[in-house]
Design a protein around this ligand. Structure first.
Ligand code: FMN
Length: 158
């Protein structure tokens, strides 16, 4: 069974958006190998449109390039990125997106692919909270896949 087949088995019915890419972070990579139906619903792109392209498809005029560069640096150095980025739907509408990227390891312990769990979030009103829910909350409360607390605005958390 391939990684994509395995991920597909658990990710297909999930409410949280899941995307799998190869590990080539150099432009034009990484290449999308799999995206689940929740990803298509959130982004407005059909799964077939995502396959073979790069998640940069989701970037737009307001994308924080410093943060997306940091995402790639973090993945190269630590194999992990967790933060909030501004993504763009196919319609051009911007949305805040909590993104948790991790490697899927091969038998030798090296990265075989990257998998991201993504969900739309909204900024909480008022002062930043000290609670583990942090400054953002999910738009859809059923998508509670990310166990790591969010505690800072627009940045990297873990
Ligand atoms: C699994 C995975 C999911 C990603 N999802 C997003 C995303 O939703 N939005 C985004 O702006 N970048 C996302 N990226 C990052 C971009 O693909 C790219 O790595 C980033 O823009 C840094 O490269 P660049 O500086 O050459 O643009 C993702 C990367 C990976 C590996």
């Amino acid at each position: 069974m391939t990684i994509v087949e395995l991920v597909q088995m658990f990710a297909e019915p999930l409410d949280v958006a899941v995307v799998v890419t190869d590990i080539d972070l150099e432009r034009p990579g990484p290449t999308v190998l799999y995206a689940n139906p929740a990803f298509a619903r959130m982004s407005g792109y059909a799964v077939t449109e995502m396959l073979g392209s790069s998640p940069r498809l989701l970037q737009g005029p307001g994308t924080n390039r410093e943060l997306t560069r940091m995402l790639a640096r973090r993945l190269q150095a630590e194999g992990r990125f967790h933060g909030v980025l501004e993504n763009y739907r196919k319609s051009g509408e911007a949305y805040l997106c909590e993104i948790d990227v991790r490697p899927i390891l091969n038998r030798e312990g090296g990265p075989a692919a990257f998998i991201a769990f993504e969900r739309e979030v909204v900024r909480r009103r008022g002062r930043p909270s000290q609670s583990t829910a942090g400054r953002y909350r999910p738009l859809d409360p059923t998508t509670t896949a990310c166990p790591v607390p969010l505690s800072a605005a627009g940045g990297v958390f873990t």
